[in-house]
Design a protein around this ligand. Structure first.
Ligand code: ARG
Length: 469
């Protein structure tokens, strides 16, 4: 089959090496099912404008359905590769011409690959945003349900900043915190899918519209867009939705990488907070004792790598005159690469997350280490009218002497501090559980607040479910 869609004006033949250099077939193949859907909608536009007959339309639909099943059974990709088509759009057009004869020759009327690529890419964005939204929604739900379990178990640990012990927290509080970025991501992915339904580029032609009476309303409705795009030149050059999806994928993976990092640390024997299931651990070829958290390390690496790829995708847009430029082919390939890799990495993250077991005794035992109740003692002084600065200095000194005696702050420290500031007695939580229970601000780690955070997360997750399924 003749797969090149141009050449009439040339007398010479194209340089094979340059054709190969310009081919996007490998990167495009993933778009094949969306291109067929888009082509079926174009048949509607042609029929609605009486540009083709009903018989032509029928022949085209039939050929396109055959192509759709060839894509599904895997035979199309190999045939397309053998055809050496410039891209998937050319390969599908050529296959339709093979299958539908003269009717096939009419499919490309009024259409350019420019509006075809823009539309196909929006269908891809819609599909993958939905996949991503459902995925992160599930991940968030799983984190929330683990938070619920740990709330019931009352697991506590030393919450850290700068990786240094800071204040005691509930593990449930930490898990609820981890779920928050995925709840936000689910909403963002749903918004991206929705934005990819607003305006249908198909029928914009190469850049200026068409003299053929294409029924754009009909094509746009067939593809479940709200309506045809307003301006043809913008429609063929706009890559907002694709870049937004890539951005959201990378952002989400960066969030996953931060949790991965925490879990990697917690798996190390010095923490001993996490024991990974065998199914998600790896060993060493030399050191028999090793149990490594490779999936989480790889998630971290993929996140970092995709940040670079995203910068590459944006960079290819820089300074492109606002119309179609062939550079956009590279933007598209980079975006698709980011999205597919991010979805695979998120999948791996979710699988590995299922193999995480918390070692509650270790966490509980460590919650007070590093004088994590010092802030509560300082708060107790403030509640007695001592200024924040003075309380900070007094408790700092008490911590220093406790540390030199290798102990935590205790009742005697409270008695001493009370005497120093001239009050009868000072009450402050001296163990992790009491410290956590004494928290009283909205959003804190107190069991009561964490319970309502979990309820609210559950409600939010069910409310967004309607928008993403
Ligand atoms: N393979 C090209 C792409 O993906 C198709 C568009 C070609 N358009 C053109 N005017 N040469 O961007």
């Amino acid at each position: 089959m003749n797969t090149l869609q141009w050449g009439g004006r040339f007398t010479g033949t194209p340089d094979d090496r340059l054709l190969a250099f310009g081919s996007s077939l490998e990167e495009d193949l993933i778009l094949a099912p969306f291109d067929v859907t888009c082509s079926l909608a174009h048949v509607e536009a042609l029929l609605g404008g009486a540009i083709i007959t009903k018989a032509d339309a029928e022949a085209l639909r039939c050929a396109l359905q055959t192509v759709q099943s060839e894509i599904a059974n895997g035979s199309f990709a190999d045939a397309a590769r053998r055809s050496r088509a410039e891209d998937v759009h050319g390969a599908i057009d050529a296959r339709v011409r093979d299958l539908a004869g003269t009717a096939g020759e009419r499919l490309h009327a009024g259409r350019s690959r420019n509006d075809q690529v823009a539309t196909t890419l929006l269908l891809y964005v819609r599909d993958r945003s939905g996949v991503a939204a459902r995925h992160v929604h599930q991940l968030a739900a799983s984190l929330v349900s683990r938070a619920q379990e740990e709330l019931a178990a009352g697991t506590v640990l030393a919450g850290c900043t700068h990786r240094q012990p800071a204040q005691p927290v509930l593990l449930a509080f930490v898990l609820a915190a981890w779920s928050e970025p995925f709840v936000r991501a689910a909403k963002r992915f749903a918004q991206i899918a929705e934005a990819a339904r607003i305006s249908c580029p198909l029928g914009s032609g190469a850049l200026a519209g068409s003299t053929l009476p294409l029924d754009r309303l009909r094509a746009s409705a067939a593809l479940r867009f709200f309506g045809p795009s307003r301006n043809a030149l913008d429609a063929i050059s706009n890559r907002d939705a694709a870049l937004d999806l890539a951005h959201c994928c990378v952002r989400t993976l960066v969030d996953a990488s931060r949790i991965a990092e925490e879990l990697i640390a917690w798996c190390a024997p010095v923490y001993g907070f996490v024991k990974l299931d065998d199914a998600v651990s790896t060993g060493s070829s030399l050191m028999p004792q090793k149990r490594n958290p490779d999936p989480f390390e790889l998630v971290r690496a993929h996140a970092a790598k995709l940040v670079g790829s995203y910068a590459g995708a944006l960079a290819t847009m820089c300074g492109l005159a606002p119309s179609y430029q062939r550079d956009l082919q590279e933007t598209k390939a980079t975006v698709i690469g980011i999205v597919e890799e991010a979805l695979a990495a998120l999948d791996a993250f979710s699988n590995a997350w299922r193999g995480v077991n918390f070692v509650r005794e270790r966490m509980n035992a460590n919650a007070l280490e590093g004088c994590t109740i010092a802030t509560d003692v300082s708060d107790a002084l403030i509640a007695q009218g001592v200024t924040a600065r003075a309380a900070h200095a007094l408790v700092g000194a008490a911590v220093a002497s406790a540390e030199s005696e290798h102990r935590s702050l205790d009742r005697n420290d409270l008695v001493r501090l009370a005497a120093e500031v001239g009050v009868d007695a000072l009450t402050a939580p001296l163990d992790a559980r009491a410290s956590i229970e004494a928290k009283r601000t909205i959003g804190s780690t107190s069991p009561c607040d964490v319970r309502s955070q979990i309820t609210s997360l559950g409600l939010e997750l069910s409310s967004i479910l309607g928008g993403i399924s």
